[in-house]
Design a protein around this ligand. Sequence first.
Ligand code: ADP
Length: 251
Amino acid sequence: MKRVVVKVGTHVLSEQNHLSRERMFNLVEFLVALMEKYEVILVSSAAIAAGYTRLKLDKSILGNRQALAAIGQPYLIETYNKKLSHFSKMGAQVLITAEDFDSRKRTKNAQNVINALIGQGVLPIINENDATATEEIVFGDNDQLSAHVAHYFDADILVILSDIDGYYDKDPRKNSDAKMRKIVHEIKEEELHLPFSPGTEFATGGIVTKLKAANFLLQRKGAMFMASGFELKDVYSFLLHDKHEGGTLFC
Ligand code: ADP
């Protein structure tokens, strides 16, 4: 069975200080359909945004963002599990840090838990350990984490579900004539240094971290598909009906 890592961004899961229950339900429904055909691993952002729904702390202070991550992470997993239970499925929280990929021994250890969960039909829900991985909160992002997850856990493809439906030749929010690129084989050095442009106040990535994730996989003969997490039709088509209609394929 092929293995897919699905990464979903903060903006898809949250809106104006609450979790978007409808989008989460649609996502879970999609993941359950995917689990029929693939081995699925989810990388989910939004712990801090979820925490903020519970306690309004000043997010400009690092310690507060860590506290929000600690409050929000279990709430996020609980919300996933409530939705998964409608389909008689369950999810499991796996918190990892970059160090888990540092040595073969640690990578093997992480692989073991992922394989055991998948073997039991459980959905691994991965996040970086935001409460203590402070550098990640300041600089990091789940896009690159998910690329590592895809590579080290032997996935065939990484799917990034974002607030945008693909990779454009320029920022589509600023340029109405921007065109979406359907297939990308190579990422140029200058694309990795585009200005930082995340879609929301909670987002840590922007397009550059997605390009870095794609670049990491392209250099290792991996693949990545980027599509909308708001409107799932393109990712359904691509993964479940073998049709590339919308979304960008990096391969
Ligand atoms: P997420 O929360 O899903 O990780 P981000 O908000 O961090 O997503 O990044 C996606 C945003 O990047 C888009 O909403 C868009 O505003 C911005 N962006 C900048 N340049 C581009 C581009 N060339 N193609 C697509 N999106 C771009």
